[in-house]
Every structure is written in C-alpha cells, then in structure tokens.
Design a binder for this molecule. Sequence first.
Ligand code: FMN
Length: 515
Amino acid sequence: MRYCAAAFLILVYGLFCWWCWRKYQRQQLQRNLQQKQGSAAFGAGSADILIAYASQTGQAITIAQQTAQQLTAAQKNIHLVSLNQLSAELLQQNSTLLIIASTYGEGEAPDNANRFIARTLANLQQNSLQHLQVALLGLGDSSYKHYCGFAHQLQHELQHCGAHFITDVIEVDKLEASALRHWQYYLGQISGQSHYADWSKPEYSHWNIVQRECINPGSPGAPAFHLKLVPLDGAIVSDAWRAGDIAEIGPGNSEQTIRQFLQQLGRDAVIADEIVTTQKLLHSDLMIDDAHLAELKNLADEELVGSLKDLPHREYSIASVPNENSLDLLVRQVKIASDHYGLGSGWLSLHAQLQQPIRLRVRANAHFHSPANNCPLILIGNGTGIAGLRSHLASRACQMPDLQTRNWLLFGERTKAADNFFAEDIQQWQTSGVLTRVERVFSRDALPGEPRYVQDLLPRHAAELERWVQEGAAIFVCGSLQGMAQAVDDALRTILGAGQLELMADQRRYCRDVY
Ligand SMILES: Cc1cc2nc3c(=O)[nH]c(=O)nc-3n(C[C@H](O)[C@H](O)[C@H](O)COP(=O)(O)O)c2cc1C
C-alpha cells in the first residue's frame, strides 16, 4: 500500500512538473512573440503600404518583417501592425494592404488576430473599403481540414466590405519556399521594384530552348515570343507539371552587361573574355551600388563570383501540357531602354541561345489547377495570359473523348492580324469540340460602340454566362493584373452579383492567375 501511495505521489509530481514545463514553454513562446511584435512595429498612420500579420508562433511575423524590408528597400513607406491592431481608421487611411495570416485551431484565427473580423470588419459598411487593394499570404498546413481557413475567411469578409484583391489568396503549405518567392514576385509588382534578392534559391534543373518564335510581328504591342523547352537530361514525364502550373526561370545576363560590369571593376579584356566564356557571372546580380562596387574591385575573380547573389527568379505561366512533349512559354519582351531589356524576358527572348542551358523549376500552382469535377470552364484572359488558359484547353483536349465537358474562351488582344495568339490551336479545338464557344476582341480593330477589351465582352454575353454558372461552370481568369483583372472582376460582380462571385471564390470556381 505504501508503495502504491509513493508511486501515485511520484506520478502526480511528474504530471505537475510536465504541466509547469508546458506553461513555461507557452509563456516563452508568448514572450518571443511579444518581442517579435515589439520589434515588428514599423511606421505610423497612412503609409504607402500597410502590412498586417496574424501569427501564433511567429512565422507570419517573420515573413511580415521580410516583406517590410523588401518594400522599404524599394523606397516604400511601411506601416506594420498585428491584425488586432488594424483599426477601421487605418483601413480608411490607406489604399494598399498586405496581410500575412496563419491559421490555428480548426481553421481559426491566431490570438493576435481573433478580434479583427468581429470588432473591426463587422462594424464596417458594405463597400466601405472600395478604395483598398489587398494581397493576402495564407500560411497553413494542407494536412488540416481547413487549409489556410482563416486566410480565406479574411478574403471573404474583406471582399464583402468592397476591398479589391490584387490576387487570390497565396497559400503557403508548411512554409513552402516557392510560394514565398511567388509572394515576393507580387511585392515586386506592387512596389514597382522587381529587382530584389529571392528569400530562398529555387532548385533549378536545366532545360534547352529548342524553338523560339516571335508570334506577333507587326503588332503595335511589344514582341511576344512562343518558346518550346525540353529538359537537358531527356524526355518529359507525364506528370512533370499540370495545367495552370508556373515555370520559375533563373535569368541570365547578356554578354554586354557582364562586360560593362567587369569594366566598372577595372578588369581587363582578357579576364573579361575568360569570365564571359566560363559564364561565371551569367546568373549573378550585377546591379551593384557604388559603395559595394568599390569593395569588389579588390577581390580576386573567384572571390568576386562567390560574393555576388543570384539574379531574382522570374515566373511564367506554362502554356502546354506534358503530352505535347515540350514546356511552352509565351513571353512578352519588356524593353526598359534602347539596349536594355527586362531580366526574364530579355534572357528568354534575346540573350539565351538555342540549346543553351536554361535554369527552370516548375512551381505547382494548385489554386489554378483544373477543377477536380471537370465542370464546364469559362476561360477569360488577355495578351500573354492566354498561355495559362491554353494549358487548360490542351489538358482537356488530351482527355477527349472520355472527358465530355464544355469550354468557353473569351480573349482580348490588340490586332487580329498580328495578335491572334494560338489561332490554329483554337480553330482545331473548335472543330474537335473541345471549345464550345470562342469570343475574341482586338482593341485596335474595334469600331466605336464595339467591345474593345475582353471585359467588354462579358456584359454582352451576360445571360449565357449566368446560364453556364448555374450549370456549375468555373471561371478562370489569366493575364494582366493592371486593368484587365479588376475590370473583369467588376463586370462579373455586376452580372453574377458579389455574393455569388464570393461563393464561387470560396468553392474554388472563380480562380485568377494575374500578374
Ligand atoms: C495547433 C495548430 C493548429 C493548426 N491549424 C491549422 C488549420 O486549421 N489550418 C491550416 O492551414 N494550418 C493550421 N496550422 C498550421 C499553421 O497555420 C502553420 O504552421 C503556420 O505556418 C504557423 O504560422 P505562425 O507561426 O505565424 O502562427 C495549425 C498549426 C498548429 C500548431
């Protein structure tokens, strides 16, 4: 009996110690979180960009701080708060809001965000946030039932208050690096500064450009190139990527850029030749400020190469499916100055030679994957956005005749003569029944009163759109973030109603890949 009592006492004591330890751990966590929150306080009142975080264990705070650093480096004035600290006044005073939100419990808000919806958003008038553009990064774990549940709830509630979403919620599964790089890409778009250091280096493999063609000669728009790439190490496997996925490209410098850089460092032509030939600086970021340049001058070549960061990655919608035996991209060449091009587009459309190894990584873009139930698809896009839509049509064409469903394409570009991208494929798909309906508009060809842009087509086909949606169709939008994305969203809200569109977004029947 005495032994039992002693054993019981030891057990109770053991449990008590464990409980103390757990309490200490939670307090330590809270202390770290408060410290992080304390150091996260950034800026005040109206700023260029408002950043808000919802975090339980600090990961979202860390990413919010990195986000603030990238935007501050882009000369943006930042205000950083937790969601509970985000007041109605701040929401009214600012026009751009970035949210980094994790999810807790079963799809619930972390503690430092648990009052935001009930105390702040719930007291706002509908459409009182129409001035606000929002981007939302959802941290979560797909093994949970409500994956990124709180982030999606925030999107729903903010949209209900009229806020405009720059892009759909960017979901990050267990801090997956490529999704965080995708977020950085949007920070580049929002800040107008697309030259930043990737938070993590993509694991590239090497591919070859086997075909490159400018497909819109004579267009009033910038040249658009259709590229076909194959892996350096052989065949494409059938599940190498899915329709809707993204190619992350590691750009390279032009020979001219490398020589100019070495000249700045006072390296002579012989060394420059050697470095150019050996491609040591091919993927290095050579945009260096004067102070740093002075430091580099004294370094030996190997040290120099080792001290430079890689160029930031670039992202392109994949326009084909593995069954087509090449990874296709549609790249709009961006000219910055007379002989100066955008990092990614200059590399792919001009500087990279055919058969020269291209750094490429496929990023799974789950939220733009085809609907699992093969429901009818309404595909809306403009310009090179047709790339992301073409992959869905190609995927469905490959599943014919087993897959019996309907697809409707609505597309806008400049001139029919020069910018009727993938016209042959589209014709074939109309003939084979893959495409049930096709509407295309060309802004430079349009006569007064005629639709000019793809968004102008929507009201003209409102009844048909409503019918397709009632029959379970999903709407996929791909193309320009500036102009098209918001105008299409507004037109769909008018035709289908805000409630219906938000419901479709929750059901993943309204998906956008805009850039
Ligand atoms: C107790 C617990 C509950 C969680 N519940 C969810 C959930 O319902 N949905 C989800 O997507 N992730 C869930 N997660 C994953 C977290 O959201 C994820 O780990 C996130 O990166 C944490 O970020 P934080 O440190 O900023 O809070 C949960 C994690 C824990 C530990």
